[in-house]
Design a protein around this ligand. Structure first.
Ligand code: 6R9
Length: 649
């Protein structure tokens, strides 16, 4: 497949902050002398007591990661107080409701008052520094207040995505022994209520059976829907907030004091509590937010993620607010009231920087250009993506149709574990190649290794590891440091293993090929499922595709493709043949699909990630043991996939 390259994008508002030369210079310095580099950039946040030590990290033995360790700071102070003098009346948060007629603006002064009050409410209920607080909320400003209020008093928040089931919520409450929960009566998404308080009630019962007692639940009233009530345990947010002072001094936190825990699934076992700490995380998320999005004061910035995921933590709340930005929080979904909602909101709030996931882009692309074309999108300057590899077809559509060919597409590769962007273009510095996350951010040392751990040089294909620490790296798995070492530092000694496969091209550009367990080996040829998916999606009839391997007598693994067609297209034998020919043409005969199943829907988590585990099982004709499918956005798609499987034995 020939690769198109887009020259360094001209920023539509003068020169971007980092040009190609500055990128080279800073990158070199960050690698050759990380202490000096981060000593300088660590001062981008405010410290009550400046650090004298910068980096103290080891990827071997017990694995210990410390940054700015003798400095004292506070994340809430950095996200609020330090802006009050200069931009107290500037909007900090724009809330856009699920209902398009509902919105609200919160200034930095108002943010200060709300966060201080909430911090005081928590203190009143006995929450202390180091205590874990579970936040189970929809996308409303109170979710951000709750995170920042925890940070203010040194409590460690654990945000659980509002789409998770009571069982999943209970598991997370139990794992970090959390006795204080902040929630909402109901959430609203796509016009439908979500019974958050009811789920919390159920979760608390489940947790109690495991001897973890939740003492207090603070409930924000969002819909006014009827909820159960445990007197003495449950408290209304609005009543509590009215009864406390609007000022609360931020606690002086050590740089390495925990800021939050965020649970994430691995390939084995129960979800891991990824632990992030204060100083390095804030330095790195604010710095990446500024340079990766070329954020300038006054910009309206919108990341469509949910605060239940790391993207919401780093790039809706902490990074943007530490930079004094205006960050938009969207309560709804991309297709409600219809598939034009994103672009309507962009016009309504004059959004300059827009950051979303490839899965959203592909689904909106499938709905047709008309939904985009009826908006102006003239305010847009930067388009970002995150979460999975973006296929060139979707990239081009995003660039040409959404961005009208004038906004660079910033494909950011990173993980819950990395805290912030790792491999990403910088607008104004990096020539773009659709589908490539391009080059490492400052301070990031990616390496490709083969199965034996041999470091590969030049253009190569391998497993992606990071060979030295960066400030926002996770510090441990909460309560299980051994698991941290095992999961991330034992596969390749002395290196952080990302779990992703990756190719580096002759220009040094990185192309993430997907999780290593998704890489296929067909007749001894190695290829990323993402590559085949990308080829399939580049066919006009295809809206989305997911490819998995299945055991094949002769080839080792065969290629099984689940294909969702564009609206109006019908699956047929003829189209099957056409798609096979298309993939052969795009990649080569080795990538010929063995099976193509037309699927009206793919099994996705509520964050939009395709659950390949399920697809692999069905492809293997072994769907008796699909495991937990309760976290799927729409568990019903599984039945259709099973009924129409192509591999009956
Ligand atoms: C931020 C986030 C991490 C995994 C990661 C990789 C995939 C994320 C990507 C990407 C290709 C990108 N991933 N961004 N793959 N290109 N730009 O998504 O964190 O939920 O922990 O997922 O997502 O496989 O390892 P998380």
């Amino acid at each position: 497949m020939s690769v198109k390259t887009y020259p360094v994008a001209k920023s539509t508002r003068g020169q971007a902050q980092i040009d190609a030369e500055t990128y080279q210079k800073w990158y070199r310095e960050s690698i050759e002398n990380p202490d000096r580099f981060w000593d300088k950039h660590g001062m981008r946040i405010d410290w009550f007591k400046p650090y004298t030590k910068v980096k103290n990290t080891s990827f071997t033995g017990k694995v210990s990661i410390k940054w700015f360790e003798d400095g004292l700071t506070n994340a809430s102070y950095n996200c609020i107080d330090r802006h009050l003098k200069t931009r107290g009346n500037q909007v900090a948060i724009i809330f856009e409701g699920d209902n398009p007629y509902i919105d609200k603006k919160v200034t930095y002064n108002e943010l200060y008052e709300n966060v201080c009050r909430l911090a005081n409410v928590m203190k009143k209920h006995g929450v202390k520094k180091g205590d874990r607080v579970t936040i189970y909320m929809p996308m409303i400003p109170e979710a951000a207040y709750a995170m920042l209020a925890c940070a203010r008093i040194g409590a460690v928040h654990s945000v659980v995505f509002g789409g998770f089931s009571p069982e999943a919520l209970a598991g997370r409450i139990v794992d970090c022994q959390s006795s204080f929960v902040i929630t909402c009566d109901e959430g609203v998404r796509g016009g439908k209520p979500i019974p958050l308080k009811e789920n919390v009630d159920t979760a608390i019962h489940i947790a109690a059976r495991q001897h973890v007692g939740v003492k207090s639940v603070l409930v924000v009233r969002r819909t006014g829907g009827k909820v159960g009530w445990a007197p003495g345990r449950d408290h209304w947010y609005h009543q509590e907030m009215a009864g406390v002072k609007a000022e609360c001094p931020p606690v002086k936190m050590k740089a390495e004091d925990p800021l939050f825990i965020l649970y994430t699934s691995g390939s084995t076992g129960k979800p891991k509590g990824v632990l992030h700490t204060t100083g390095g995380y804030l330095v790195y998320t604010s710095m990446t937010h500024q340079y990766v999005f070329d954020y300038r004061p006054g910009d309206i910035y919108w990341c469509t993620a949910d605060v239940g995921w790391v993207t919401g933590h780093s790039y809706i709340v902490y990074g943007p607010l530490a930079n004094g930005a205006t960050t938009l929080m969207f309560e709804g979904v991309p297709n409600f009231p219809d598939q034009g909602r994103f672009w309507e909101v962009v016009d309504k709030h004059k959004v300059n920087i827009f950051y979303t996931a490839p899965t959203a882009i592909r689904s909106l692309m499938g709905a047709g250009d008309e939904f985009v074309k009826r908006s102006s999108r003239a305010s847009l300057r930067i388009l970002g993506t995150v979460g999975e590899p973006i296929n060139p077809e979707a990239w081009e559509w995003y660039y040409n149709v959404v961005g009208d060919g004038r906004c660079p597409v910033i494909d950011t590769w990173w993980q819950t574990e990395t805290g912030g962007h790792m491999i990403t273009p910088l607008p104004g510095a990096t020539a773009l190649k659709p589908g490539s996350a391009t080059l490492p951010f400052f301070g990031i040392k990616p390496e490709l290794v083969d199965a034996e751990g041999k470091v590969l040089s030049g253009a190569a294909d391998g497993n992606l590891v990071i060979s030295d620490s960066w400030p926002a790296q996770m510090r441990t798995v909460y309560g299980d440091h051994e698991r941290f070492i095992q999961t991330y530092f034992s596969t390749y000694k002395g290196k952080y293993f990302t779990g992703d496969g990756c190719r580096r091209d002759e220009d040094g550009y990185y192309w993430i090929t997907g999780r290593v367990d998704d890489v296929l080996n067909v007749s001894g040829h190695r290829m990323g499922t993402a590559e085949i998916e990308s080829a399939l999606v580049s066919h006009d009839a295809v809206s989305e595709a997911a490819v998995v391997g299945y055991p094949h007598d002769i080839k080792g693994q065969g290629i099984y493709c689940y294909v969702t067609l564009m609206a109006g297209q019908k699956g047929s034998e003829e189209l099957r043949k056409e798609l096979i020919a298309h993939v052969r043409k795009e990649i080569g005969p080795i990538a010929s699909p063995d099976k193509i199943q037309f699927a009206p829907g793919l099994p996705k988590t509520r964050s939009g990630k395709i659950m390949r585990r399920i697809l692999r099982k069905i492809a293997e004709d072994d769907f008796g043991a699909l495991g937990d499918i309760s976290t799927l956005a729409d568990p019903a798609v599984v039945d259709d996939l099973i009924d129409n499987r192509q591999n009956r034995q």
